[in-house]
Design a protein around this ligand. Structure first.
Ligand code: ATP
Ligand code: MG
Length: 407
């Protein structure tokens, strides 16, 4: 009965802390770059994802948690953040202020096969820069990701970029790919055989077939405008972040135009895509909004946490112990005073004997114990024990607090 759903997780302190650290690093970078938080609902009309993410994507075809709600509406748990941001942008009439830089932090839901670094509920931190068509915007959002990765001490990550062109130049690339893949249809995986006609770009993104064709697949020939845009993105990035141009980098989502990018790192046994994004100049208009360019990304917080090198935080907890009933109230007051002073303090296990209380202090790795009995109550003192060195001394209550506040 009491059983977790497959692909879902309970995150206890240690893992939750890691995600909080990733969020903090991202927030500090968002502040520097002037991005504003947008908290989005978890549930949206399913239609929004079909329109934005794309009818033929894996996400929409089989990964969405979608259902009919009590009012007969078809709704879905968000599998990604961009469609919601686009919807919010359209609904809130930003005509007066078309230039917006939003970030969001939230859980996403995809019914895919669980593996290390791949869950059915996971956290994404995303950034959407709306209203700037300049390649400087593409470079800026990539540099924001770099800043977050560097802050977290992610080592040996790779930045891959590509341009998948626009409405002008992509159709030709599509045709070339269809021709190329049709000629060797039998060697494609089952999924790709069906993908082939609807969305041949996605064959390159397939985990099975993609790598086989890295060398041989036809390359996108960009129209002059897209080529110029791409060249400028590279120029802006030059010297600021090492990157590789990967002509086979496409994205699993339908809405991208021009620049696409991915941050990858080897995490032992887990998926290597840490963050991904690109430009989506046609998305907002295609959802019924104004014609406004945009570029953005999302990072997978769990994967980034796995790749980060965190400084271990040493516990500085003080544990308050009472050795007899007559001292309980006195001990409880000390405990409360410590907390009011902003010190991390635990204790209050006054129904247990001294030994059991000290055992708990060790269990939670407390750095100090404050021990009081009737004797200390009468003198208005307490015994401070350093749990690392074992040293202990009796101090007046005032000295004790002064002593601890400095630590
Ligand atoms: P992948 O190629 O690993 O399936 P994706 O292309 O589906 O990733 P996006 O939709 O671009 O990923 O999402 C951005 C980021 O979110 C990914 O780079 C990854 O870090 C993270 N992510 C995506 N799906 C999952 C998942 N099921 N579990 C954990 N993290 C995920
Ligand atoms: Mg995926």
């Amino acid at each position: 009965m009491a059983k977790l759903l497959r692909g879902f997780r309970d995150l206890f302190e240690e893992e939750a802390q890691k995600l909080t650290t990733v969020e903090k690093a991202a927030r500090s970078v968002f502040k520097i770059y002037g991005a504003k938080e947008l908290r989005l609902p978890t549930l949206e009309l399913k239609e929004i994802f079909i329109k934005a993410t794309g009818q033929t994507t894996d996400i929409v075809q089989k990964e969405m948690y979608a259902f009919e709600d009590g009012g007969g509406r078809l709704v879905a748990m968000r599998p990604e953040g961009t469609p919601g941001v686009a919807r919010a942008y359209i609904e809130n009439n930003f005509q007066e202020n078309p230039l917006q830089k939003f970030f969001y932090i939230g859980n996403m839901f995809r019914a895919e096969r669980p593996q290390a670094g791949r869950y059915r509920e996971f956290e994404q931190i995303g950034l959407e820069y709306i209203g700037n068509a300049s390649p400087a915007a593409d470079a800026e959002v990539i540099l924001m990701l770099k800043a977050i990765f560097d802050k977290l001490g992610v080592k040996n990550y790779k930045v891959k970029i590509n341009s998948i062109g626009c409405k002008e130049c992509r159709p030709k690339f599509r045709e070339d790919l269809i021709k190329f893949f049709t000629a060797q249809k039998d060697s494609l995986c089952e999924k790709c055989q069906t993908r082939l006609e609807v969305n041949p770009l996605r064959v390159l993104d397939c985990k099975i077939d993609g790598p086989k064709f890295t060398q041989s697949a036809p390359k996108q020939i960009l129209c002059p405008a897209c080529q110029k845009h791409f060249d400028e993105v590279k120029k802006y990035l030059d010297g600021k972040v090492p990157f590789e141009v990967d002509p086979c980098l496409v994205r699993g989502l339908d809405y991208y135009t021009k620049t696409v990018f991915e941050f990858q790192a080897d995490i032992a046994g887990a998926q290597n895509a840490l963050a991904a994004g690109g430009r989506y100049d046609d998305l907002i208009a295609s959802m019924g909004g104004p014609k406004v360019p945009a570029v953005g990304w999302a990072l997978g917080a769990e994967r980034v946490a796995l790749a980060s090198s965190f400084e271990e935080q040493k516990s500085k907890t003080i544990f308050v112990v009472s050795v007899e009933e007559s001292a309980n109230n006195y001990a409880f007051n000390i405990l409360q005073t410590l907390r009011e002073k902003g010190l991390s303090a635990q204790g209050g296990l006054f129904d247990k004997n001294l030994k059991a209380q000290m055992k708990q202090a060790n269990k939670i790795n407390a750095s100090y114990a404050i021990i009081v009995g009737g004797n200390e109550v009468s003198k208005n003192t307490a015994v401070l024990k350093d749990l690392t060195s074992g040293e202990q001394k009796e101090l007046s209550l005032n000295d004790l607090l002064a002593n601890l506040e400095g630590k």
